[in-house]
Design a protein around this ligand. Structure first.
Ligand SMILES: Cc1cc2nc3c(=O)[nH]c(=O)nc-3n(C[C@H](O)[C@H](O)[C@H](O)COP(=O)(O)O)c2cc1C
Length: 169
């Protein structure tokens, strides 16, 4: 039987980008989590998915709001990924404290400086073991202009950035 540590170790061999999924909670506060379990699903209609653990404090808000934004992080946003991968403070502080964000087309909290942003209406929430698979219809999306922007990567539990063969970073 495959244990959770071994499973995590094997899955870590799949290199991914890093997103922060954001929404509003029922009290009108922004909430969100770092997620790499993000994927495109369909082109027509435009659908994406994200898998969210039931233990995440932002999970009930994602269910209730029926909307979420996907902020695809750039190579210079590792600190943002770390912030949103940790539970919020116990003293009433919010993960968004000191973070620059602005309402998007659907009014969702969008992180400034993200490589790309998608705003979604939740069209399905499928059970997936200890996670829920949220499928979102993409209502608005944009990329940072220019081709020079680099993504933040995650591989074997470490952050990285792309590099061309022979280039030393
Ligand atoms: C690179 C990275 C990717 C992650 N991907 C996911 C994911 O896809 N789904 C998930 O539920 N948690 C994921 N996590 C863990 C959550 O970010 C973490 O549990 C976080 O504390 C959840 O925030 P919340 O409890 O405030 O909602 C990831 C963490 C990191 C560092």
């Amino acid at each position: 039987m495959l244990g959770p540590d071994e499973f995590r170790r094997v899955l870590g061999c799949f290199a991914s980008g890093v997103t922060v999924i954001t929404t509003w909670d029922p009290e009108g506060r922004p909430t969100g989590l770092t997620a790499s379990a993000f994927s495109s699903v369909s082109l027509n209609p435009p659908l994406v998915l994200v898998c969210v653990a039931h233990t995440c404090q932002s999970y009930p808000a994602l269910r209730a709001s029926e909307r979420f934004a996907v902020n695809i992080l750039g190579a210079d946003q590792e600190a943002i990924s770390q912030r949103f991968a940790a539970p919020p403070g116990t003293n009433g502080s919010n993960k968004f404290d000191g973070i620059r964000y602005a309402p998007g087309t659907l009014g969702l909290p969008m992180l400034e400086g993200a490589l790309a942003q998608l705003e979604c209406s939740t069209v399905h929430a499928y059970p997936g073991g200890d996670h829920t698979i949220f499928v979102g219809q993409v209502e608005a999306a944009r990329c940072q202009p220019g081709s020079g922007a680099e993504p933040l990567l995650y591989y074997r539990g470490q952050y990285g950035r792309p590099h061309s063969p022979g280039e030393v970073r």
